[in-house]
Design a protein around this ligand. Structure first.
Ligand SMILES: Nc1ncnc2c1ncn2[C@@H]1O[C@H](COP(=O)(O)OP(=O)(O)OP(=O)(O)O)[C@@H](O)[C@H]1O
Ligand SMILES: [Mg+2]
Length: 383
């Protein structure tokens, strides 16, 4: 890793979270960042692609803008795309080949998959409920979705998606297959049965190691559009491990409307910043309760989500009302988005999913075929 100091250092750090969708490495490590300048809160970044006409250009450019714009000191981002020189392309290919040989520490989450960690600073604010319903709402929009329960010992996802009797099995490659629950791919320690062959792999694992194994030994589909991660409460090991293992991960902070919850949540967001995990936005949960007579009661206060979003300079993605259907759905394995699509909470979840796909667009189906062809040609020449 390059040691970069000075005013542009945070920008370089943030850019480590931008992966080349096809090569799966950070644009910094691939030497694709040619110039970074910052002037009065405006960042100018020059990005070199193997060929300037790469159809994935928009995706890379968008990711660069989002990651850098998530820095508190940056107000605007300009990106200039240039084409690599022949020498640069050769160097890039050498690096890609070296890495393919070493195959060091790669996770099985495909670099194009959008990774969204659902976090909060304190327990019980509804992370798991949000994770499940958001995952299902995204699937409802036609995306291929994975749901990873990173609450290793306090897992609640299997019950919520009605998969308590399911257990994970290894496929012929020795990879663990996610369970299919309601059309999404689900992985949770709650789906690992002690007498299963697979259990051997998990025994005695530390928390962060367990997450690592979930990412490395699970056969996540290569065309997964979104991977939603239900984070454990708090700001500990698992969060840091995630940032290290999946540099493309972004975070949604869940908070309740009251100010105390907001303080805790801002601690999480602080940590996200320090680990260069951009915060996509804030979801306020348990926002208010509307009684049968139409009267609204703000049982847990009001304004916390909006205030947190404002402080972080990120959008408030949605406000989910207190809705008994959420509790019933969670307990019965019938999430409200599926069981009661017309309920107030389900409608908000659907809107949140739509907003999320605007903020973090799904991976594009395009591939830089011509680009790959060039790379392969180079490869052949080097042999
Ligand atoms: N919008 C809502 N309306 C009503 N009840 C809700 C709502 N959101 C969550 N709940 C309920 O609140 C409780 C806590 O929710 P959940 O388990 O999703 O929180 P969590 O943040 O994942 O908790 P933990 O920190 O323990 O993992 C559950 O009983 C859930 O059904
Ligand atoms: Mg939970």
């Amino acid at each position: 890793m390059k040691a970069i100091t000075g005013q542009t250092a945070p920008i370089w750090e943030a850019l480590r979270g931008v992966l080349d969708p096809e090569l799966g490495e950070s644009v910094v490590d691939l030497d694709m960042i040619k110039d970074v300048r910052v002037d009065n809160g405006n960042a100018s970044i020059s990005v070199a692609l193997t060929i300037a006409a790469c159809p994935l250009r928009d995706q890379i450019e968008g990711d660069v803008v989002r990651k850098v714009a998530s820095l508190p000191e940056i107000e605007s981002v300009d990106v200039a795309i240039v084409a690599m020189t022949q020498a640069e392309r050769t160097a890039l290919m050498e690096r890609v080949r070296r890495r393919a040989r070493d195959n060091a520490g790669a996770t099985r989450v495909h670099p194009i998959t959008r990774v969204i960690a659902i976090s909060s600073g304190k327990g019980g604010v509804g992370k798991s409920s949000v994770s499940v319903n958001l995952a299902l709402a995204l699937a409802g929009l036609g995306h291929k979705v994975g749901l990873l329960d990173a609450d290793i010992w306090g897992f609640s996802i299997p019950r919520m998606v009605g998969a308590r009797d399911t257990s994970l099995a290894a496929n012929s490659d020795g990879l663990i297959q996610p369970a299919n629950a309601m059309g999404i791919s689900v992985v949770s320690t709650g789906l690992i049965v002690e007498d299963e062959e697979t259990a051997l792999m998990w025994r005695g694992l530390m928390l962060s190691k367990a997450l690592e194994q979930f990412l490395r030994d699970v056969g996540w589909a290569p065309d997964l559009g979104y991977l939603i991660i239900d984070m454990p409460p708090g700001t500990g090991d698992v969060q840091m491990a995630l940032a290290r293992l999946l540099p493309q991960a972004e975070m949604i902070v869940v908070t309740t409307p009251q100010k105390a919850a907001q303080k805790v949540a801002s601690r999480v967001a602080d940590m996200a910043r320090r680990s260069f995990m951009p915060v996509v936005g804030v979801i306020e949960n348990m926002s208010g309760f509307t009684a049968r007579d139409g009267e609204r009661y703000n049982l847990f206060g009001s304004g916390g989500g909006n205030e947190l979003a404002g402080n972080l300079g990120v959008p408030l993605i949605g406000e989910i009302p207190l809705d008994p259907e959420v509790v019933i759905g969670g307990d019965d394995g019938a999430p409200v988005v599926r069981a009661r699509p017309e309920s107030p909470a389900a409608l908000v979840f659907a809107a949140i999913a739509k907003t999320l796909t605007d903020l973090v667009p799904p991976p594009s189906d395009d591939s830089c075929t011509s680009r790959i062809a060039i790379l392969e040609e180079q490869l052949a020449k080097m042999d």
